[in-house]
Design a protein around this ligand. Sequence first.
Ligand code: NAP
Length: 259
Amino acid sequence: MDLNIAGKQALVCGASKGLGFACARALVQEGVNVTLVARTESTLQQAAENLQAIAAGNVQYVVADVTTPEGRERALQACRQVDILVNNAGGPPPGDFRQWSLEDWAKALNDNMLSAIELIRLTLDPMIQNRFGRIVNITSSAVKAPIAVLGLSNGARAGLTGFVAGLARDVAQHNVTINNLLPGFFDTDRLSNTLNYMAQQAGTQVDGFRQQHQQTIPAHRYGKPEEFGMMCASLCSAHAGYLTGQNILLDGGFYPGTF
Ligand code: NAP
C-alpha cells in the first residue's frame, strides 16, 4: 500500500540507532526526505549512509541534542519545513526513587516531556497552514503499565501523554495528527542497559535473565525495531488523518488487559 507521503519532509529525533532509526528507515522507504538527529556524529553518519543506500527519499543528518534549546534550533535550521515529526530522546536511567533528587526529576521532565512539547510548539503552526502534519511521540509501555525501576520515565512520559491528548483534539480539524507509540520490549541498546540493571537487581546473569524474561511475553520474543518503524510510518500515512490522540502499544501482548 502506498502511504502517499513521498516527498514529505520528516524530522526524526534520536535517529542514529534503535527505534528512532527504524522509524527513519521506514519513512525513507516510503520516499520521505528525512533529517536524522542524534548527539554522536560517528553513529549518526553511519546511520545516514545506511539509509542513503535505500535512496527512496533524501537523507541528511544534524548532530544535536534535542533536549536543549540550541539543539532543537540546530535541528530546525537543517529541516526548514517539517511535515512529519518523530519525537524521541534517550530514556531516563532506572533506579530507586529514594535516590532521585529534584534535579533528576527536572532532567527527566525536560528530556522526556518538555523537549517534545517544545518541538511540537516550534513546528505545529506551519503544519496547520499546510493542512498536513503527522507527529509521533515515542513514549513507553510504562505510560500504560508503570515499571517501578523506571519511575522517572513513568512520570515524565505520563505528563507528555496528558498534554498531547488535549492538543491532538485541538488540531485534528487541520489534518494534523498527534499520536504516541508505546514500545514494550524492543531489542535495542536501551533495552540491553535496562536488562543489565534488572539482572543485577535479581542477582543473576543477564543471558539467562534475558531468555526467561522473553518467555513472559506472549509473543515469546522481544520486538524487532523494524516492526516499530513500520507502525510509525503507517501513523504518518496520508491515509491516517482520522487517527489521532491515540496511545498505541506495541508489546507482543505483554499488557494483559482487554483494552
Ligand atoms: P537507543 O537504542 O538507546 O537509541 C537512542 C537514540 O536516541 C540514539 O540514536 C541516541 O543517539 C539518540 N539520543 C538519545 N538522546 C538524545 C538526545 N538528547 N538528542 C538527540 N538524540 C538522542 O534507545 P531505543 O531503545 O531506541 O529507545 C528510544 C526511546 O524509547 C527511549 O526514550 C526509550 O526509553 C524508549 N523505550 C524503549 C524501549 C525498548 O524496549 N527499546 C521500551 C520502552 C521505551 P546519541 O546517544 O548519539 O544521541
